[in-house]
Each structure stands twice: as C-alpha cells, then as structure tokens.
Ligand binder design. Structure first.
Ligand SMILES: [Zn+2]
Ligand SMILES: [Zn+2]
Length: 228
C-alpha cells in the first residue's frame, strides 16, 4: 500500500469545446508517492511529472511544508510521457541537484508499476499502485482531466492521426476497467464511479473514430459498470 499527495494541481487552458480559460495556467499534475507504513525519505519517494511553473513550485513547497517534508525528501522522478509540459522543470535556480528516474523494476520500491497507455503519446506510461482509496492510476495525459474524459475529447492541437485517437480510446477503456482513482495529467484526482462509467458508455458512440473500436471499448466499460 502507498500514499500519495498532489504537490502541483494540474490545470489546462483549453476546454474540450474549444474555449480557452485565460485565467488558468497550462501546468501538469505533479504527485508525490510513498509507502504507507515507512518513514518518508529520499530512498522511498517518487515524484511524478515534475514540471513546475513558478506558481506551481511555490504551492508544492507549501504542500511539502504541511507534510513536514521538503524537496530533499524526494528521491526519484517518473515522467509519464516525454512532452515538454511533463518533463523535469524547476524554476530557475530553485533546486540544482539531479533526480534519478524511477524504474518500476526497482526492488527497493515494490508495489508500483508502470503500464503502457499509448495514444496521446506512443511512450505514455501510467504509474499504478494500491492506496487506501483503492487502485490509483496516475495517467499523465491519457486522461487530461475529468471534463475532457466525460467529453471523450483528445488534445487536438497535437494533430493526432486516426490510429492515435483509436489507441487513446483503447487506453482510456483499459484505465476505466481497472482504476478506482484516476490522477489525470492536468486536473484533480477523481473516483471511477458507476455514474461516470454510465456517462462514458452513453457518450462513446459519438467519439471521433468510435466506430473503429466501439465493441472493444464499450465491452470494457460495461464490464466495469457491472462491477460497481
Ligand atoms: Zn500535458
Ligand atoms: Zn502530453
């Protein structure tokens, strides 16, 4: 079992209907993960998507303070996918030391796995572990936020091919089938509930290229709905 805490709340300017909310920053969700029953140290912590804006870094420091921790207690980093808004970035001169990358085969940190979720990026991997709230999936931009998920939206400014969009839906279905809590790439964590899955199932036939993977995606969603 692990615990997790959002250090930088992810936000996204672009909404699925094409609106842009200029008061928001484009910044990813950064999460600290550590084993439930061990004292926290640089030996057993993983920080996901450590791409901090100036404001995001300040709030991360405050949140670490409240946990009685500092950036010195962060051992490894895990980048869900190699887009520039997720790779390691700290405000200028904030922290100079290096952070090694987390390897899920690391036997010193058992119980955390990396699961391939291609589509948004060919190399996207979710970080998956068990917490008190159930199975947690830190998905990077496989799920941008709950609003984008509910709209079956994909981040169209990236110019995706039909194959990549279809892969995105297959990854989303696999995530919904397994996750109890989703920590999306640019939003707050949320639970996979019967209401959410029913909404997704009803909306999927209207998603772009849904006809190319409708049975497979709908079957996984229906299976999950029956379990909830
Ligand atoms: Zn992103
Ligand atoms: Zn991305």
């Amino acid at each position: 079992m692990h615990q997790y805490h959002v250090l930088q709340s992810g936000t996204i300017i672009l909404k699925p209907d094409g609106r842009r909310v200029r008061s928001l920053e484009h910044r990813c969700t950064a999460v600290l993960v550590w084993p439930e029953k061990a004292p926290v140290s640089a030996r057993n912590t993983v920080l996901t998507d450590p791409c901090f804006t100036f404001r995001g870094f300040q709030s991360a420091q405050n949140r670490l303070d409240r946990l009685g921790l500092s950036f010195d207690d962060i051992g490894r980093i895990f980048v869900t996918h190699p887009h520039s808004d997720h790779r390691l970035h700290m405000p200028r001169d904030a922290i100079r030391r290096r952070f090694p990358h987390f390897d899920p085969r690391d036997t010193a940190m058992p119980g955390i796995s990396a699961v391939s979720c291609p589509g948004h990026s060919r190399r996207l991997h979710a970080l998956v572990f068990c917490a008190a709230s159930g199975e947690v999936w830190i998905t990077g931009d496989a799920v941008l936020d709950e609003e984008w998920l509910r709209a079956w939206g994909f981040y169209w400014p990236n110019g995706y091919s039909p194959e990549e969009i279809i892969q995105t839906w297959q990854s989303v279905a696999m995530i919904i089938k397994n996750a109890d809590v989703i920590v999306p790439g640019h939003g707050e964590p949320f639970r996979v509930t019967a209401d959410l899955v029913a909404h997704l199932l009803a909306g999927f036939p209207h998603a772009t290229y849904a006809d190319a993977c409708e049975y497979e995606v709908s079957d996984l969603l229906r299976e999950r709905l029956n379990e909830l």
